[in-house]
Ligand binder design. Structure first.
Ligand SMILES: Cc1cc2nc3c(=O)[nH]c(=O)nc-3n(C[C@H](O)[C@H](O)[C@H](O)COP(=O)(O)OP(=O)(O)OC[C@H]3O[C@@H](n4cnc5c(N)ncnc54)[C@H](O)[C@@H]3O)c2cc1C
Length: 369
């Protein structure tokens, strides 16, 4: 039997991405018997550009994850190269790291376990109407009644499928995600930083990993994906930025659904949502992981209040709005511009002749929560 019948958990964290592992580690270190439940068997792949913003790196350090992060040998990225139509410009970026998600997420789960959490892989969780959690693994099923339930199951998670009060509100016009890891530099990629190519059909990014491989990720117009497929839409973006027939981009793009979405609520009763599970804005500026990590880093005081029987739903939502709201507005503005390649190209051309590099990098990089 995979599920331990005697277990009596103070906290159950659903989803072992960066948000879930940070939450589980901190809850375990606060003295709670903590279970970290993950549907997949690790290491697993995850569609992601793999760029970790300075705010996320700092929050990981404060949460005790510095050694775990170092152990996967992240690669420093110092420049963002933006291309739109045939124009381009380069901006310095400070303290961005490039990581491979399979490795990083495994290292973070290991750290959560070292902190005292128990990890249960290959186990699907569902949150029931009374905030109890149904765990299902290899034909075995068990209901647990934790004091706190942290849902960190990402954009494609289904642990809240039975909870209408947490329904998704999805922006159907927002881009769809796609990504892959490749063995050699995609044509037109700059070796020392992030390369981002923007066109009418979306944008395509690439960045180098420390082991010589490359992460490629794209956010694509949903109509183009429907008519051309993910690979066709990527090809169209690359061609628009002067790279026709870029056949060294991967054939096996792994796709995900619409990227901009929010939940009807982010907390109710004993259930707190963190990371993508709480809502997401499309990823051009590469900081979704950092949003989740920063939210998870503040979870313990809220768990303490839930344990005391307080209703924290309003405060949890307000603290999310304070921390992420202004930054997400900036991201929407940047992404809106990326969808107008003619305007973006003109801006890039102009910016090369003005001392705008510092200003642009401060807008493009998220360096503080
Ligand atoms: C194309 C693209 C590019 C991106 N590029 C970047 C970037 O460069 N930088 C950046 O910071 N962010 C980027 N992001 C965003 C980033 O990937 C996410 O914000 C981040 O992974 C969110 O982490 P998380 O811990 O909330 O969820 P996830 O990492 O998605 O983890 C959720 C986990 O929950 C598990 N799960 C789901 N349902 C259940 C269940 N019922 N029971 C148990 N487990 C379950 C899943 O298997 C998964 O392992 C990108 C996203 C996309 C789509």
């Amino acid at each position: 039997m995979i599920l331990d019948p005697a277990s009596d958990w103070d906290a159950v964290v659903i989803g072992a991405g960066p948000a879930g592992s940070v939450a589980a580690s901190l809850l375990a270190r606060s003295g709670r018997r903590t279970l970290l439940v993950e549907r997949a068997t690790f290491p697993r792949t995850k569609v992601c550009g793999g760029c970790l913003a300075p705010a996320g790196v700092e929050a990981l350090g404060n949460a005790g994850f510095a050694a775990a992060l170092d152990s996967i040998e992240p690669r420093a990225l110092d420049t963002l190269h933006l291309h739109a139509r045939l124009a381009s410009a380069s901006y310095p970026i400070d303290r961005y790291l490039s990581i491979e998600r399979g490795r990083m997420d495994q290292a973070f789960v290991d750290h959560a376990v070292e902190s005292g959490a128990r990890h249960l892989g290959g186990c699907r969780a569902r949150v029931r109407a009374d905030d109890s959690v149904l765990l299902e693994s290899e034909g075995d099923a068990r209901v647990v009644h934790p004091g706190v339930v942290v849902v960190a199951d990402g954009l494609a998670g289904n642990s809240l499928a039975d909870r209408e009060d947490f329904a998704w509100r999805i922006d159907e016009s927002s881009p769809m995600g796609a990504g892959a890891i490749v063995d050699r530099a995609p044509r037109g990629s700059h070796p020392e930083g992030i390369t981002m190519r923007c066109g009418r059909d979306g944008y395509v990014g690439s960045s180098p990993l420390s082991d010589g491989r490359w992460v490629v990720a794209a956010a694509l117009d949903p109509r183009s994906v429907r008519s051309l497929g993910a690979r066709g839409a990527v090809g169209s973006v690359l061609a628009e930025t002067g790279l026709p027939d870029a056949d060294d981009h991967p054939t096996a793009w792994k796709a995900v659904g619409h990227l901009t979405r929010r939940r009807a609520r982010r907390c109710a009763g004993r259930v707190l949502l963190v990371g993508d599970a709480a809502g997401y804005v499309e990823p051009l500026t590469g900081e979704g992981m950092s949003w989740g990590i920063c939210r998870a880093a503040g979870i313990v005081p809220f768990a303490d209040r839930i344990d005391r029987g307080e209703d924290v739903s309003g405060d949890w939502s307000r603290s999310a709005d304070r921390m992420l709201g202004p930054r997400r507005l900036v991201c929407r503005g940047i992404c809106g511009m990326a969808r107008r390649p003619r305007l973006l190209a003109a801006t890039l051309r102009v910016s090369r002749h003005l001392p705008l590099a510092g200003w642009a990098s401060r807008r493009l990089c998220w360096s503080g929560a």
